[in-house]
Design a protein around this ligand. Structure first.
Ligand code: AKG
Ligand code: MN
Length: 179
């Protein structure tokens, strides 16, 4: 899977996005599939091209196979977001809600160093629990948890030998069906 992702990144290089508010995100991102999720001063959105103007590469078969096994729907995902966390990167608490149909799950695959995942409820006010995601872990946010708040508090350096330069890759697969 990592080899297939290297080909994705060669076709659609990682970018370090800025939030609509102008803050640099610490995670670097790219995507595969019909649509990719991007963020810049204009806002968060799905678009059919990498910021360079190139079309997104296809979602690798190895990745689709995981979705097909766990997503519980005959529908394939439109987007495979590829997040790369170096050991200082994190992702603030958020909901995945730029999609049009929340009846499809979000499937996430973790590769490389472990990350401390924080999971809350559907309302931001609910309490959160934290657990470590390890390389090879697959997390499904579906049903009542589809709109759960979640984020990455930190990455544990040196906790995996999968990626020669360390860090963590997270793949997030989603059906987009724009609202
Ligand atoms: O890195 C992770 O495990 C979560 C990523 C995430 O929540 C997202 O990209 O929306
Ligand atoms: Mn998310």
């Amino acid at each position: 899977m990592v080899a297939a992702l290297r080909a994705v990144v060669a076709a659609a290089p990682l970018v370090q996005p800025v939030t609509p508010g102008g803050r640099q995100m610490s995670v670097r991102m790219t995507a595969a599939g019909r649509l990719g999720w991007v963020s810049d001063r204009q806002g968060y959105r799905y678009q059919d091209r990498h910021p360079s103007g190139a079309p997104w590469p296809a979602i690798p078969d190895e990745v689709l196979a995981v979705w097909r096994r766990v997503a519980g729907t005959p529908r394939d995902p439109d987007c495979c977001l590829v997040n790369y966390y170096d050991t200082a990167a994190r992702m603030g608490l958020h909901q995945d809600r730029d999609e049009g149909d929340f009846s499809f799950p979000v499937v996430s695959i973790s590769l490389g160093d472990q990350a401390l995942f924080r999971l809350g409820g559907q309302s931001r006010a609910e309490g959160t629990q934290s657990f470590w995601l390890s390389s090879g872990d697959v997390l499904v946010l579906g049903g009542a948890s589809r709109l759960a708040w979640h984020g990455i508090d930190r990455v544990r350096p040196g906790s995996s030998t999968l990626l020669p330069r360390g860090g963590r890759i997270n793949l997030t697969l989603r059906v987009v069906d724009l609202p």
